[in-house]
Design a binder for this molecule. Structure first.
Ligand code: APR
Length: 248
């Protein structure tokens, strides 16, 4: 695979890399994306499944849907793209900022991860905020109740209409301002505030590289768009870094 000379040059001079990922990052692990040809939101309505109102209206249905997704995630593996990002840590400071809730970056071994939209493997009590990190599949069809206060337990994911929780966003913003190169991988980049992160990186001088199978809203801002699958392109980039960037 041939890469743009300017990009190779940036790989040579960069020290700090941000990797901003979306559902397309995990597509090759067998997890459906939200939009696009086979996207989940073509068949299902996000406001009926991934919103606070949906949960309050029909908590068992929403719980069952997350249990179903959790099962898919548990039965899949990180793909070569996830592992390539881990490899980059040998050569750069790497910060992953992900919109994915599937935990695959962590399972692949990435060290620094900000989960903007939470994680499907965590749950918390809506009343007393006790966390249940490893609530397995024992409660498949009905929402479990908190052991301490009997409150409803919900997945620690950010639903439509909700604010991002914790420090994930400010941490990501800080890291975006500091990076030299920012990869934007497998995301339509239309959900805010998450999509501000790569834009902030660019605004603060980072070289923006998009990896996607098609054009997105962010493509016109990218310094370089690489068309193809994340699980194929990223290992090629690691090969380039190993063979060319750090040997010449
Ligand atoms: N490699 C690279 N890109 C891919 C691949 C692949 N193998 N497969 C699909 N893509 C791209 C698609 O072209 C699309 O641009 O991944 C992107 C997936 O976009 P979305 O489904 O919109 O996912 P994402 O951008 O992560 O969605 C953002 O929306 O529903 C919410 O909270 C949810 O975090 C999610 C947010």
């Amino acid at each position: 695979m041939e890469f743009k000379t300017e990009f190779i040059q940036k790989l040579k001079t960069s020290k700090n890399i941000m990797v901003f990922t979306g559902a397309g990052m995990s597509a090759e692990s067998g997890i459906a994306t939200f939009r696009g040809k086979d996207g989940l939101w073509n068949k299902l309505k996000p406001e009926e499944l991934a919103s606070f109102n949906a949960f309050m209206k029909n908590p068992d249905m929403v719980w069952e849907w997350y249990q179903y997704r959790r099962k898919i995630v548990e039965n899949t593996e990180p793909n070569p793209g996830h592992y390539a990002i881990v490899e980059l840590e040998k050569y750069y400071e790497v910060n992953v900022v992900t919109q994915n809730v599937d935990n695959l970056h962590a399972r692949a071994g990435s060290k620094n991860i900000e989960e903007l939209h939470g994680s499907i493997v965590r749950n918390f009590c809506m009343d007393c905020r006790t966390f249940y990190n490893d609530l397995k599949l024992e409660s498949e069809k009905t929402v479990p109740r908190c052991e301490k206060c009997n409150g409803l337990i919900r997945p620690d994911v950010v639903w439509f209409g909700e604010n991002l929780r914790g420090n994930a966003f400010p941490n990501s913003e800080k890291k975006a301002k500091e990076c030299d190169l920012c990869f934007v991988i497998g995301t339509t980049a239309i959900i805010y505030p998450a999509a501000y992160i790569p834009m902030t990186a660019k605004q603060y001088g980072a070289y923006l590289v998009e990896i996607n199978i098609e054009n997105t809203d962010l493509s016109y801002q990218a310094d370089y768009s690489i068309f193809g699958k994340a699980g194929e392109i990223l290992p090629e980039i690691v090969r380039l870094v190993k063979e060319d960037v750090f040997t010449n």
